[in-house]
Design a binder for this molecule. Structure first.
Ligand SMILES: [Zn+2]
Length: 59
């Protein structure tokens, strides 16, 4: 088993802990004036949903 096909080490994204997505809890107030909590899952802006930081490319 060789795992050297990938020429770089993947560094897990610290923002999303390597999941590639962020969970944002938000509260909504419905028609009955009750607070509804919902979790919104968004793509991690730091790693763009990859879960790891892409290697920096030389300019
Ligand atoms: Zn991330």
């Amino acid at each position: 088993m060789s795992n050297e096909t990938v020429g770089f080490k993947r560094v897990p994204c610290a923002v999303c802990s390597g999941t590639g997505e962020l969970r944002i809890e938000s509260e909504n107030i419905n028609e009955n004036f009750e607070v509804e909590k919902q979790t919104v899952i968004t793509e991690c802006p730091q790693c763009r949903g990859l879960g790891f930081i892409p290697p920096a490319r030389p300019a």
